[in-house]
Design a protein around this ligand. Structure first.
Ligand SMILES: NC(=O)c1ccc[n+]([C@@H]2O[C@H](COP(=O)([O-])OP(=O)(O)OC[C@H]3O[C@@H](n4cnc5c(N)ncnc54)[C@H](O)[C@@H]3O)[C@@H](O)[C@H]2O)c1
Length: 381
């Protein structure tokens, strides 16, 4: 009997999976500790902290102190979210308080360089905003100091708890798509609003301040696998209004997998955000017009599933990062978003920036410190 060769599709026709099937139930929502409700102090009350406090208020977390050198900023946050909170204009006063066990530090990376070690030495558990550090070795020293002081140091990589990314992350961890061979991200959004802000002076705005979330996702989607080589290229579009290059493409090579990020921050029409993770047993895909509105589909031999996801990146992301730190303290374990874990993501990010600067591929982990052009500071009051 002659064996018939499978018909060639030449890529014109897709392999069809079956019909619609139920999506796996996964615990992708932010977690809260069972009983632990410590007093929390927020150090720095800038633009992003509105979303922190929105999330903490909804989760019932106890924020008892707000600190900013510009008193009015702390007062504004107090009025809106925690009317009982005490205001401080010097973070050292806040750190001297015995009733505060956890601090959320949301100043810019170089401004945090003195606040983080001071908080750890005061034996406070710390949640640092991202990007955690601009120097990987300094970040390691902070992680060591946290261990020495017996406290936890975590990073606010909130994209991990955006519902679509969180569902994908949990599905990969559960083995739903088998061995992941590639992850690709296409982010087409409008970042021109930064033209009238201090971000306009940040040459690597896109790869550093923005894409750090995607470097972090690559690291956790391929958890336990070492990124080897990174190639990145950045450019300006003819029409963009912001000064920093808003176009970027990145390829990250693992031994047996590859990740790509395609960024166009000058997408004025037809904005879209798309993620695909392709594995040996299935594909996870998420598509939507922006980062708040996403639909995930899972394609396997059983069929196509689409979970009905609850929540949004903002504020779930902020709830997720603080919730994970609090759970880790209660359960006496390292947080999933620990500084040490996040430094692996920063290795990829720093390699991408080094590659974009040199025009050559860069080994992940070799670039230890970002160029001065990556330093951001607080907006003037
Ligand atoms: N999705 C996200 O997770 C996200 C989004 C935006 C910004 N961020 C990050 O958050 C950080 C802050 O960003 P932002 O947009 O809120 O900046 P911002 O400039 O609006 O605010 C920074 C605040 O830090 C305060 N500050 C500076 N030094 C301080 C000190 N010694 N003690 C106390 N407060 C001090 C300033 O007074 C200011 O209010 C940056 O690292 C940024 O990359 C994260």
């Amino acid at each position: 009997m002659s064996k018939q060769a499978p018909e060639k599709s030449y890529g014109f026709t897709a392999a069809q999976s079956g019909g619609t099937v139920p999506a796996p139930e996964l615990s992708y929502r932010p977690r809260d500790p069972k009983n632990y409700r410590p007093n929390i102090g927020l150090i720095a009350c800038g633009g992003i902290t509105r979303t922190h406090l929105q999330a903490y208020q909804a989760a019932g977390y106890r924020v008892v102190a707000l600190c900013d050198p510009t008193q009015g900023k702390a007062e504004e946050r107090r009025k809106e979210f925690y009317p009982e909170a005490q205001i401080h204009t010097d973070y050292r006063e806040l750190l001297a308080r015995d009733d505060i066990e956890v601090v959320d530090i949301a100043a810019h990376p170089v401004e945090r360089e003195e606040i983080i070690p001071a908080a750890l030495r005061a034996r406070k558990h710390v949640l640092s905003q991202k990007p955690f550090v601009i120097d990987l070795d300094l970040g390691l020293r902070f992680a060591d100091l946290a261990d020495e002081m017996g406290v936890r140091l975590a990073v606010n990589q909130n994209a991990r708890w955006a519902p679509h990314f969180s569902y994908i992350r949990h599905a990969i961890e559960a083995g739903v798509i088998g061995e992941a061979g590639s992850a690709s991200f296409e982010v087409h959004w409008d970042h021109n609003w930064t033209a009238s802000t201090p971000f306009n002076d940040l040459h690597h705005l896109v790869l550093y301040d923005f894409a750090v979330h995607w470097f972090d996702l690559i690291q956790i989607f391929f958890a336990g696998r070492q990124a080897r080589k990174v190639f990145a290229s950045i450019g300006r579009s003819a029409t963009q209004k912001a000064a920093p290059p808003l176009l970027a493409h990145v390829v990250v090579d693992f031994d047996d997998a590859q990740a790509t990020i395609m960024l166009n921050g000058d997408t004025v029409f037809g904005q879209e955000d798309r993620t695909s993770v392709i594995g040996s047993k299935g594909t996870l895909r998420s598509i939507g017009p922006d980062l708040q509105n996403q639909t995930v589909t899972l394609h396997t031999a059983e069929g196509i599933a689409s979970p009905n996801l609850q929540g949004k990146w903002v504020p779930d992301g902020m709830h997720g990062t603080m919730g994970e730190l609090l759970c880790a303290i209660e359960e006496n374990r390292e947080p999933a978003n620990s500084a040490r874990n996040n430094l692996r993501s920063l290795e990829i990010c720093f390699a991408a920036i080094a590659s974009a600067e040199s025009g050559m591929p860069e080994f992940s982990g070799r670039a230890r410190r970002l160029p001065g052009s990556c330093i951001t500071r607080s907006r003037p009051a």
